[in-house]
Design a protein around this ligand. Structure first.
Ligand code: AMP
Ligand code: GLY
Length: 435
């Protein structure tokens, strides 16, 4: 099987790493990829937005399966374009990707199918938003309807937050067309859980539940990021919670999408908050999460490529699919300034050493190799994943290996997985020699 992966982040490094291990995968490409994907696949210099060029490349190389990493090409209709050329591609169609691309669409589907989500009001303009927020007690959440690179949810705890949100949306025009409609929703207390279903629109396979860490600083302080670390399986996702999520969320969503004439094929990412023992939906995404992929995909023992291909062909085949019973943890190293304006071009040391280790797996994201050095090119630079027999060892080992990597301005959270372990944070003095 010849496979092309589209994207250039840590998620794509992980997908490519996994697919490279599959016997049935004979050729592997990544467009545009990064220095990490280059270790396992041939990088192809085509941007993810250039559908015509991608289609031409796939035709030329006779690629059997294309796997789409990021949301933007999905929302822009890459799957529809590939399908119209009779090419097999893993991901939802443009219509189905509205589950992520329009929060109003997702909310309306959830209301219709009785899926638990925070109560909400839709506002069409500034006056509408001000009317709703005028007398609304804090806290609550303001969300823009469209894609906003994970930065479109603003938690409003006081007048200052509210003024900041109104300024960003209506004066600064930070979200552009994505903010044509805006949602105001109730704030849900609880812990977050990410649950992924690989689905052909009807049948599905669940991957181990993961927990991401969205805020930039320890103990969930500071602004939201794409995600600063993850672990799986998260004990928060008890069999009871998972059963509720399947019965009350995943099956109704798949049914709802079928009934709307837009069956959902691909990975359905359910962003949940576990509130008083019940899973509530915070968001749906139409793609694998990043960094959750870096802990969930390594826990797949076999059959990943077959499952992706079978979904692209329309009928999920799960016979060969097997999950490991181990644990995985991933700590993300970010550039100074992220998620705001960050520095680039810093020399990274320690990556080769990490590649040689038998235990840690570096999943590179914002990294390039200039022929001599690895250099930072992004906000989230790389993730260090460890798979182990215990969550405790996975987390602590990941932290030990993180010490090997250095670059100017390196920032990481020291409390990844600590909530599940009922511990505080990792300190460098706990770091043993990890080599
Ligand atoms: P979203 O863009 O909808 O994924 O939201 C980003 C993040 O904002 C989530 O991962 C949560 O941490 C937080 N968030 C979003 N909606 C809510 C809510 N209703 N209650 C509490 N936190 C929320
Ligand atoms: N880790 C959050 C996301 O992928 O949206």
């Amino acid at each position: 099987m010849k496979v092309l992966v589209i994207g250039s982040g840590g998620r794509e490094s992980t997908l490519v790493w996994k697919l490279a291990q599959a016997e049935e995968v004979t050729e592997l490409y990544c467009a545009p990829g990064n220095a990490g994907t280059a270790c396992y696949a041939e990088n192809v210099e085509i941007p993810e937005s250039e559908f015509d060029q991608l289609i031409e490349f796939v035709g030329e190389k006779e690629i059997d399966l294309t796997v789409v990493g990021p949301e933007q090409p999905l929302v822009d209709g890459i799957v529809d374009r590939f399908v119209s050329h009779n090419l097999k591609i893993f991901g939802p169609t443009q219509n189905a990707a509205r589950l992520e691309g329009s929060k109003v669409f997702a909310k309306q589907l959830m209301s219709e199918y009785d899926i638990r989500t925070a109560p909400y009001v839709i506002c069409e303009d500034r006056t509408g938003l001000e009317e709703v927020t005028n007398s609304k007690p804090f806290p609550y959440v303001i969300k823009v309807d469209g894609l906003a690179a994970g930065k479109g949810a603003l938690v409003i705890r006081n007048e200052e937050d509210l003024a900041g949100a109104v300024f960003a949306i209506y004066e600064e025009n930070r979200f552009g067309d994505a903010a044509k409609a805006v949602l105001v929703e109730e704030f849900l207390e609880g812990e977050e859980l990410s649950l992924f279903a690989l689905t052909d629109g009807n049948d599905y396979i669940l991957l181990p539940p993961a927990q991401d860490h969205k805020r930039i600083f320890d103990y969930d302080e500071g602004p939201n990021t794409g995600g600063m670390g993850a672990y799986a399986p998260a004990p928060l996702g008890t069999p009871e919670i998972i059963k509720k999520a399947e019965e009350r969320i995943i099956r109704p969503v798949l049914k709802g999408m079928q009934e709307r004439g837009m069956p959902y094929r691909g990975v359905l990412y359910c962003g949940l908050i576990i509130h008083e023992g019940e899973p509530w939906v915070v968001e749906f995404n139409a793609r694998f999460g990043d960094p959750e992929t870096q802990v969930v995909v390594p826990l797949i023992k076999s059959g990943f490529a077959d499952v992706l291909l079978s979904i692209a062909e329309g009928h999920l085949k799960k016979e060969r699919f097997e999950l490991s019973d181990r644990y995985a943890a991933c700590v993300i190293l970010a550039s100074k300034g992220y998620p705001g304006v960050y520095e680039k071009g810093k020399v990274i040391t320690g990556i080769e050493e990490l590649y040689k280790s038998s235990k840690a797996i570096p999943f590179l994201a914002g990294v390039k190799h200039d022929g001599t050095h690895y250099l930072t090119t992004g906000g989230r630079v790389l993730g260090v994943t460890v798979i182990s027999n215990s969550l405790n060892d996975a987390v602590y080992s990941a932290y030990n290996y993180v010490q090997i990597i250095n670059f100017d301005g390196k920032h990481y959270r020291t409390d990844i997985g600590m909530r599940a372990l009922k511990k505080g944070r990792f300190s460098e003095s706990e770091s043993m020699s990890a080599r």
